[in-house]
Design a protein around this ligand. Structure first.
Ligand code: URA
Length: 209
């Protein structure tokens, strides 16, 4: 089983606390989520392979490191994944982007796909799947099952906050997909929200509550 990596960088922790506060405005919440998305991107791309290329500085030729292989593909789980995606794209503007939309059927409680669009050539690319909240894990699990059908080179799941139940469920279904999160909270409430959490991430981003 792949470990869950807790990204405890002080800047991320500080910004996450601001996001959790109920007084934080929609505009500020969105700005913070983008900033955290950028910082998460920095941490989760530490192991990207490099290759030496020959360049010339104004003073001398040298062999210098550059990213090797094809560009990453970032997948946003709609709708709350958008904030992290925007931050990651600020740092990696050439990354490819895909979207997956799922809703929970109110009768069966199973995730139903309503949107799916990913670049055609993902088999040669490393994939980062982003969603701020890993709560029950149901939509993340369903999204990753669907994305595996496209055969990417590798998959990492990146979130802001995770519940222990969601981490366990996700790892049971996808032991090969590592989780990166900025915090692991106490538990889920009876509606499947994370406690203490930060509320409904989509509502807080878009002011829909
Ligand atoms: N989705 C959210 O936006 N918040 C939670 O606490 C759980 C799922």
């Amino acid at each position: 089983m792949n470990p869950t990596t807790l990204i405890d960088h002080p800047l991320i922790q500080h910004k996450l606390t601001l996001m959790r506060q109920k007084e934080t405005s929609t505009a500020k919440f969105r700005q913070l989520l983008e900033e955290v998305g950028m910082l998460l991107a920095y941490e989760v791309t530490r192991d990207l392979p490099l290759e030496k290329v020959s360049i010339e500085t104004p003073f001398a030729p040298m062999d210098a490191p550059m990213l090797a292989g094809k560009k990453l593909v970032l997948i946003s789980i709609m709708r709350a994944g958008q904030g992290i995606l925007d931050g990651m794209l600020t740092l990696m503007p050439s990354a490819r982007v895909g979207h997956i939309g799922l809703y929970r059927d109110p009768k069966t409680l199973t995730p139903i796909e309503y949107y799916f669009k990913v670049p055609a050539d993902v088999h040669a690319r490393e994939m980062l799947v982003v969603d701020p909240m890993l709560a029950t894990g149901n939509s993340a699990i369903a999204a990753v099952h669907r994305l595996k059908e496209t055969s990417p080179k590798s998959i990492k799941f990146v979130c802001l906050l995770a519940a222990p139940e969601g981490i366990q469920n996700f790892h049971e279904e996808h032991p090969d997909v590592p989780i990166f999160t900025a915090a692991i909270d106490h538990k889920l409430d009876e509606r499947g929200y994370i406690l203490p959490g930060l509320g409904d991430a989509g509502d807080r981003m878009f002011g829909t509550q």
